[in-house]
Write a protein of this length. Sequence first.
Length: 249
Amino acid sequence: MNLSDSQTAGDVPRRISALEAVLGHLRGAIERSEYEVGEKLPSEAELCRRLEVSRPVLREALRALQTMGLTVSRTGKGTFVVSNGPVEDPTFGDYSASDLLEVRRHVEIPVAGYAAVRRTPEDLDHLAHLLERMERETDTTAWVAMDTVFHLAVAQAAQNPVFRRVIEEIRDALARQSAFLNELGGRREQSNREHRALVDALVDRSEQEAVAAMTHHLARVESTLTTIVRSPHHTDSRPNSRTEDGDQA
């Protein structure tokens, strides 16, 4: 696998990461039935040796395969293939991606509008502080944690405790989805820009612009998710180059 290959997100080419390369390799092998349904994948140690990747990168790839519904991890036994595709609806915690997106469209879009009308100066200060931290953050795990807090803060600004309770209910799934999209879709910088547009609309008390900003944000989430699950990187070679951030793969 050549890690200098690029993906295209919109019109902007993007170099793939070591994680994307390993996931594409394993997913392609499963979909080509090199690993049959019911078969156990090689051990983590063996896959790390074959693919020349670190254990953390491999484990992230294995978690992504499970999210896509291609494998299942059995404690003490290993990872087993349960489907050879095609991937249609990944699962994030207790919820499928399609169910999660449907609820988010019906809840978070009107919430953004209410927040624009009802937000307090304290809400704006909290959101602005969060956004500034997110724009500086380079660690995906830390960014994902703040991402869920950001969406909770928008719900809080709508001044309706039921909205916040709904977002709390799906918080774990939101975090899992956010991590998936950022690791495999390079969404972090784009999300920051979308969040900035939303906060600007709240500052301006523009219900229309806030609704438009959240609508755009969720549409981009959906399109990135679709790109990831429908466009695997198939390869017959192991990942053995270097990524753009210098990780050995």
